[in-house]
Unconditional design. Structure first.
Length: 280
């Protein structure tokens, strides 16, 4: 298992001024740093590669999908922008050595429309069509796409592993799988262990998150069940702590984070990695 930390625990956006996170997570005992590409303009590939080499910390790339990056939008301009952004994330991933690009790339976070059956099918069609284009582009660079089911309060589209598997089936490409997250599964799945087993080898990335998005282990998630399910499917990939800093107001509003969930971001990460290493 490779234990990782999301840059969102500390900063937004990630840039050259926050490269010290590589040394911070290395000192804490993490193996990977999941860098969220909020704006490709802030990303210096050479600096990231240098910091990765110096610290031995592997990089994985995650995307941020707002309303102007919605590949299932009825607006063709928005779809084009979304696809172009995903391709930029893929390019960055290939350059920094990340084998995956993760995130809810099938739609825009926060889009919660009550669609008719015809409108919903159109949403499926547009997402499938553009995910195929992105996956074809990624395959040429040796990159996999791991889209993330989100809870009902953050998307009207892919909420469960079962729905995620249907999107994978429609896309029909081997380099497309899922990032699944215990925070979202705690809301949407009937049984987290069964959902993990159902996803099986289509889990390309895994977010180990508390039910309140605070410190893993300081929560009510049944981590013994999670461990058993991951063992049952022989998962040995990334296990990333994703949490958010209420001091970063734009992100805090987007994820409805209204109070600190730990004494500090460092405390959350340090306690979280200690728990996950003991458990897994």
């Amino acid at each position: 298992m490779k234990f990782g930390a999301s840059t969102f625990i500390w900063v937004s956006p990630f840039n050259d001024d926050t490269l010290d996170l590589f040394h911070k997570v290395a000192d804490m005992g993490f193996d990977t740093l999941e860098i969220c590409i909020e704006s490709p303009d802030t990303i210096n590939v050479d600096s990231i590669v240098k910091a990765s080499n110096e610290t031995g910390i592997q990089v994985i790339i995650c995307g941020a999908f707002g309303p102007e990056r919605d590949i299932s939008s009825i607006d063709p301009t928005v779809r084009e922008q979304g696809l172009a952004y995903i391709k930029e994330c893929i390019d960055i991933a290939a350059q920094v050595g990340s084998e995956i690009v993760s995130g809810p790339m099938y739609s825009a976070v926060g889009k919660t429309n009550l669609l008719s059956a015809d409108e919903k099918e159109q949403q499926w069609h547009l997402a499938t069509q553009n995910m195929k284009i992105a996956a074809t582009y990624a395959s040429k660079l040796g990159v996999k796409l791991a889209f993330e089911p989100l809870n009902r309060f953050e998307t009207d589209f892919i909420n469960t592993v079962e729905q995620g598997l249907e999107l994978i089936r429609r896309i029909g490409m081997d380099n497309v799988g899922m990032l699944i997250d215990t925070f979202h599964m705690n809301i949407e799945e009937k049984n987290i262990g069964d959902a993990i087993r159902l996803a099986g080898d289509k889990i390309f990335n895994f977010h180990a998150c508390a039910n309140d998005r605070g410190t893993p282990g300081d929560d009510h998630i049944n981590w013994v069940e999670v461990k058993k399910a991951l063992q049952d499917i022989n998962y040995d990939g990334h296990m990333v702590i994703e949490a958010f800093n209420p001091g970063i107001t734009e992100i805090a509003k987007a994820v409805a984070l209204w109070r600190p969930l730990a004494a500090s971001p460092d405390e959350l990460a340090a306690s979280g990695i200690k728990f996950l290493k003991e458990m897994f």
